[in-house]
Ligand binder design. Sequence first.
Ligand SMILES: [Zn+2]
Length: 121
Amino acid sequence: MTNIKNLKMKITNVANSAIKKSNDLVEVTKINLKINSLESEIEELYKKIGMDVFQKYMNGIDELQLKYEQECDLIKTKYDEIMKLKQKAALLKGFKFCQKCNSEIEAEYVYCPKCGSMQNE
Ligand SMILES: [Zn+2]
């Protein structure tokens, strides 16, 4: 009787962990979609900067030290967001990124197997 109860509990646990795994997978897919859209936004900003520089060149403005702080700030913000999303996705898959070389390593590792640097929590 106890064995059957234990078996039932085991099956329930396996089922629950399967549900969690598939929820994590959905979350990882959502994160990847968000990363793709951020990367397209960055591409658009690069294009805008390039077009502006070329326009100035065509207009004979030799002052090509143009200020693109706003665009560059936006791009940096988006790259930061992508890094955070990648870390979130990695954690859902049981990984994290090495703080030094940025390799994907197992979440519980204290030292990076690639570069050997210690990971601070
Ligand atoms: Zn490393």
